[in-house]
Ligand binder design. Structure first.
Ligand code: UD1
Length: 420
């Protein structure tokens, strides 16, 4: 198994290019199921999760050509609607094929994703939405079996809780349903907006894009013809490198970012004393030797993203006062706390709130990655820890960060990938 070895203390400088957003690419790959014609996706990140979902399409009978950042997908040859356990158990986001498979073929079977390190993460809201659109749902043998032999019917879906994946599944299902679907309390993330734009570019009438109420006119099971899609920049990857500059008090430039998507992170880093120059798709951040403590609460977009909580906690360990971080979206997303404390941090947890007390120095140690973003927090801490930090179980990182060690090395970090 691979691990990352980081020797802390190096200043960062220079510029790197941000990759396409994993969390936008995944629903977009799933949405291609709504078409029986070839579709080309560009700016895909080179990460394991993307390869996993493309492999699922391949298992379902699609023709997939994937090289570097480009995939040509033809779902015209799809001959199965069963998303098998072997794939879904590797990646929860595989549940995103539920809506499009059901909408196009009138039936599908998708393995239940189960829990994950950051919490229980149920899919009840996805299933309720499909039922409201006329599907019959049965759970048997670890699989969700969904049927709508005459196609899905447009409906009013009111989400009790804002759900990114649930909104995406419903949008895709609604695109081929008969009649109008209204999604109330929809998620507003940039990834949702890009999915809506992809569907709208294929001729689906959608109102309220980017708002909490989205209205979709379905095509009545007529498959779509998509234009080429260029995946938007990864706002979480960008935010993680901004944190790398902040924790090491460095100046770096990120290219190919959408600054509007990372306002919440920029605001918090400014409050901590970092400064920014923003020009088109470029952001230059300069750190400070006197990082101020922060108070933050994770919420849905445009609020502060839960996917940046762990990285900010790493940065907060270097602030000159006590920071308070509250996690509101996932019940168990503090697995990085004990690992950061192994590096000498002084973090106290009470329920969903963490108090991050200041420490003069972190010290290198062996630490274990527990989930995707927690892993990047450990890498950030390793960049300033005195001595050597080994981050184990980095398969979590490989799921979502495109060439993390290559990009950090290009900025001057002392980091290498080794095998156990
Ligand atoms: C997506 C992102 C993930 C991010 C999360 C929140 C992808 C591939 N993943 O995950 O990186 O951390 O949004 O921004 O885009 N919930 C239910 N029932 C459901 C669905 C969700 O109770 O049927 C709950 C979840 O447990 C969680 C909250 O709703 O507490 C938000 O989850 P959701 O927005 O659905 O997250 P994902 O789409 O899984």
């Amino acid at each position: 198994m691979d691990y990352l070895q980081i020797t802390g203390g190096a200043k960062l400088s220079g510029s790197i290019k941000i990759s396409g957003a994993k969390n936008s690419a995944l629903p977009i790959i799933a949405a291609t199921i709504l078409s029986d014609k070839p579709v080309k996706l560009t700016n895909l990140p080179n990460v394991v999760d993307i390869r996993t979902l493309l492999k699922l399409l391949d298992i379902l009978g699609s023709r997939v050509e994937h090289k570097d950042t480009v995939a040509n997908i033809n779902n015209g040859t799809m001959n199965s609607t069963k998303a098998v356990y072997e794939i879904v158990s590797q990646m929860r986001a595989s549940i995103l094929v539920l809506g499009p498979l059901l909408a196009r073929f009138g039936e599908c079977e998708v393995s239940l994703p189960g829990g994950c390190a950051i919490g229980q993460r149920p899919i009840d809201l996805h299933l309720k939405a499909m039922e409201a659109m006329g599907a019959t749902i049965e759970i048997k043998g670890g699989y969700v079996r969904a049927e709508a032999p005459n196609g899905l019917q447009g409906a009013k879906i009111v989400f009790d809780k804002i759900t990114v994946g649930g909104t995406e599944n419903t949008l895709m299902a609604a695109a081929l349903a008969h009649g109008t679907t209204t999604i109330v309390n929809a998620a507003k993330e940039p990834e949702i907006v890009q999915l809506c734009e992809m569907l709208a570019d294929a001729g689906v009438k959608i109102d309220g894009i980017g708002t909490s109420e989205i209205v979709v006119e379905g095509t009545g099971q007529k498959p779509l013809t998509f234009k080429d899609v260029e995946i938007i920049p990864d706002r979480i990857e960008a935010g993680t490198y901004l944190c790398a500059a902040a924790i090491t008090n460095s100046t770096i430039t990120l290219e190919k970012v959408n600054p509007a998507h990372i306002e919440a992170s920029i605001d918090k880093l400014e409050a901590m004393g970092c400064s920014f120059e923003i020009e088109g798709e470029k952001i230059t951040i300069s750190g400070t030797s006197r990082l101020k403590p922060i108070s933050l609460v994770t919420t849905e977009y445009p609020g502060f993203p839960t996917d940046m909580q762990a990285q900010f906690m790493a940065v907060a360990t270097m602030a000159i006062g006590e920071s308070v971080i509250e996690e509101r979206l996932f019940e168990n997303r503090f697995m990085h706390v004990s690992e950061l404390n192994r590096l000498g941090a002084d973090i106290w947890l009470k329920g969903s709130v963490a108090a991050v007390k200041p420490v003069a120095q972190l010290y290198g140690a062996d630490v274990m990655a527990t989930d995707l973003r927690a892993s990047s927090a450990l890498v950030l801490a390793g960049l300033v820890a005195k001595g050597v930090t080994n981050v184990h179980r980095i398969y979590h990182l490989d799921r979502g960060y495109d060439n993390l060690e290559g990009k950090l090395s290009a900025l001057g970090a002392k980091i290498k990938r080794l095998s156990e």
